[in-house]
Design a protein around this ligand. Structure first.
Ligand code: FMN
Length: 360
């Protein structure tokens, strides 16, 4: 089932970008968890568009209405359902894409799959807007995890080849981990952030778009979670991260770069901490060996493509007229989806880790 995920913790995401609303049904959150709705609101705001010159001007409050599963601010243990009503839609910009598909978007593949019955308005169920309910579930998961000593944070690692520094490999503090999430442009080094902003603005002036990378770390994850082969922590996290529209790749620790190293350069030697526990001196493995957590921070890097919908002229075809045409995409689009995707990646990682922790 494409829009349903999970085992012990599970959720379904429903809705279309320009339909009546979007939402999530989240099951498996234990009873008795107090939810901080102000904190959840601040988290959702990090994904919302219309708050900076760099994102689409569509104004979305993204205010979830909780229909079930929470009483007096505390989870009941039964399914939590949340609805976000759609407002500020401008569907006329999209009608053309049933006939002329946007290069890089899902218009053509959805046409093949659903034969014209797909809701193309605003990207329908393929829209980045569907990451709002994912963040509702993820924001709840983050709160439940933090009560169990696990903190998930992320920042923009690169945009258009301009790199922020990585999170500290040694002694990463909670302040450093959650610092970028408090900024309107979530980077560690603000001067690099300004360079990234200029790259995004310059792409937009050209009627173009840019992509980039997000680095996400989970601190405090206990060792021994996950299973080998197909039940590995990398498998579980990846299955969620690839549900985020626009994701092209994911790496753990040194990731694919490990392929260029010798074993002696890539292995993380073990050592004893002051309290006698075993840890690794370095963390190139990114907190997972054999699909199982080692107790070191989980380090995930996600690559996102440039926004498909661009004003620049591109090649397409008219499916109705069976002829080649040129297309300049209209509508309100982010010239770069990476800044808004940062809390979405945090959500995906948090939901995966909470599922694994509840499985034990
Ligand atoms: C937060 C977010 C916002 C997005 N905004 C846009 C957008 O404004 N315009 C667009 O063409 N794609 C946008 N996307 C990406 C498309 O939804 C995505 O590329 C498309 O559904 C095709 O899926 P795929 O790239 O995973 O193959 C956004 C993605 C996310 C995560």
């Amino acid at each position: 089932m494409s829009s349903h995920w999970g085992t012990k913790l599970s959720f379904s995401i429903f809705g279309e970008s320009h339909g009546a609303g979007i939402g999530v049904v989240l099951e498996g959150i234990p009873a008795g968890e107090r939810l901080d709705f102000d904190e959840l609101g601040r988290f959702l705001l990090r994904r919302s568009p219309g708050r900076s010159s760099l994102s689409t001007s569509r104004v979305e409050g993204d205010e979830p209405e909780f229909l079930s599963g929470v009483k007096d601010g505390v989870t009941t243990g039964t399914p939590i359902s949340a609805l976000i009503r759609n407002r500020d839609t401008r569907s006329s910009d999209y009608a053309v894409h049933l006939d002329v598909p946007r290069p890089g978007h899902a218009d053509y593949s959805a046409q093949l799959r659903y034969g014209g019955h797909q809701d193309v308005r605003g990207g329908g169920h393929f829209s980045g807007r569907l990451t709002a309910p994912l963040c509702v579930a993820g924001g709840i998961a983050k709160q439940v995890l933090s009560r169990r000593g696990v903190t998930v944070g992320a920042h923009i690692l690169s945009i258009s080849g301009i790199y922020d520094r990585s999170f500290s490999e040694h002694g990463l503090s909670l302040d450093e981990l959650s610092g970028p999430g408090k900024k309107s442009f979530p980077v560690l080094d603000d001067s690099i952030g300004l360079e990234m902003v200029s790259a995004i603005e310059s792409a937009r002036e050209d009627g173009d778009s840019v992509g980039g990378r997000i680095e996400c770390v989970a601190l405090g994850v206990p060792g021994g979670l996950g299973e080998p082969m197909f039940g590995g922590v990398e498998n579980v996290i990846s299955s969620l991260v690839f549900g985020i529209p626009g994701v092209r790749g994911i790496e753990f620790g040194y990731g694919i770069g490990a392929a260029d190293l010798r074993g002696s350069e890539h292995n993380d030697g073990f050592e004893l901490a002051e309290n006698g526990s075993v840890r690794t001196a370095t963390n190139r493995h990114g907190g997972v060996l054999g699909g199982i957590t080692t107790g070191m921070p989980i380090v995930v890097k996600v690559g996102m493509k440039p926004t498909p919908s661009i004003a620049k002229l591109q090649r397409s075809v008219s499916l109705d007229r069976q002829e080649e045409v040129e297309l300049s995409v209209k509508g309100r689009h982010d010239p770069c989806i990476v800044p808004r995707a940062v809390p979405v990646v945090e959500s995906a990682v948090a939901l995966a880790l909470l599922d694994l922790m509840l499985l034990g």
